[in-house]
Design a protein around this ligand. Structure first.
Ligand SMILES: [Zn+2]
Length: 375
């Protein structure tokens, strides 16, 4: 008997979950259409709509139908019923974003602030989160949590940085860095976050390798819309793949790491740290910038070809440099094709779609995506 009743409850919950997600995907939809598309009876749909309305996950957003006839009520997701916050922490900046229940970014703020382990810095993080919540007029109980994307390797439970040489914060926990943030905090690796944000916007891509070409270089292996973490949560660390034996010194202590040849700072450093200015000069055919770009593409080609040989999957070029890559893709494709043993083209190369705040976005989205499966 008990077993039967569990099956009944599971089915009841599954129907409710399908109704909610259908409304979310449609944006606005009526009861009869829900019933038709989900192949559920009208009373079942109505019961679920009533429940979701009462709990505040959806609201009546209008009506469908011609004037004169009976109009069907339209339902939409109450976007602020639940939100999550993402923070991107880098050496010199903090970016805070908020994502609503529909998975859309509704708030963003970026400030210049050097990272520090001091109490003041942690208080600032707390203040920035409170400011976002206040400004968006979201009740505190609607905030699911805060994801912090950091340049470090993170334990599987998202609680501790177990390798954090870039900001010298190895050992720091989510509770410690989020001491003044009054919501559950989780840590995420920066490149994993960016990769996750990218794959969330790419329904058509099942498997890909995301390269984050920012001031540090990282990567994420994306399989079935999830990040493959590896045995020790160190997967995709392409920045420390050797591309030149005994080459340039890397901060990690090794020599010739990919990171030392393809970090964005090598390019922006030619224009006082301004990457946009670098690409402007490149467009104006500045000789030094052109030379640096060819050198950059040479090493990038080695990395993307190695990834293609390993995984035979799409390679997404992301991070600061990835955001400018669309225009230069034909040249990079040509160089990659020349290096490829099996293919005479490199159409597997894609410029990233998420060009802004991918890191913060990717650390906020998991909270919302988990809830989509639970409502
Ligand atoms: Zn290295």
């Amino acid at each position: 008997m008990r077993k039967e009743s569990n099956v009944h409850l599971d089915l009841k919950w599954e129907n409710r979950n399908r109704v909610f997600n259908k409304i979310r995907e449609a944006g606005s939809i009526s009861g009869p259409v829900l019933s038709y598309e989900l192949k559920l009876s009208r009373p079942t749909v109505k019961q679920n709509l009533d429940e979701l309305l009462e709990e505040g996950y959806i609201y009546e957003s209008g009506s469908f139908g011609h004037t004169g006839g009976r109009r069907a009520r339209a339902y939409s997701v109450s976007a602020l019923k639940k939100v999550s916050i993402g923070i991107d922490i880098t050496k010199n900046h903090i970016t805070v974003i908020m994502v609503n229940l529909c998975g859309s970014m509704i708030y963003e703020k970026r400030i210049r602030q050097a990272f520090s382990l001091e109490e003041e810095y942690r208080k600032l993080l707390g203040n920035l989160v409170e400011e976002a919540v206040r400004e968006m007029q979201v009740p505190k109980e609607n905030v699911l949590g805060v994801g912090l994307a950091v340049p470090g390797l993170i334990t599987e439970d998202h609680n501790k940085i177990f390798y954090g040489k870039i900001l010298d914060f190895t050992g720091l926990t989510a509770e410690e860095i989020g001491k003044y943030i009054p919501y559950p905090c989780r840590l995420y690796n920066d490149a994993d976050s960016a990769g996750y944000a990218e794959i969330s916007q790419s329904e058509d891509i099942d498997g890909a390798f995301y390269i984050s070409l920012s001031n540090n270089v990282g990567g994420a292996i994306l399989i079935n819309h999830k990040v493959y973490k590896g045995e020790g949560s160190r997967s995709g660390e392409i920045g420390h793949m050797t591309v030149v034996p005994d080459g340039k010194d890397c901060y990690c202590g090794q020599k010739g790491c990919f990171e030392t040849y393809c970090n964005a700072a090598l390019l922006s450093g030619m224009c006082g740290g301004d990457l946009a200015a670098y690409f402007e000069k490149l467009e104006q055919k500045d000789e030094a910038c052109g030379k640096a770009w060819e050198e950059y593409l040479k090493y990038l080609t080695i990395a993307v070809n190695n990834i293609r040989m390993l995984f035979d999957c799409k390679v997404i070029l992301g991070g600061y440099v990835g955001a400018y890559m669309e225009k230069y893709l034909p040249r990079l494709k040509q160089m990659a094709a020349e290096r490829n043993t099996f293919e005479d083209h490199a159409d597997y190369l894609i410029a990233c779609r998420v060009k802004k705040e991918a890191l913060a976005l990717g650390s906020a989205l998991p909270f919302i995506h988990e809830l989509w499966k639970q409502i």
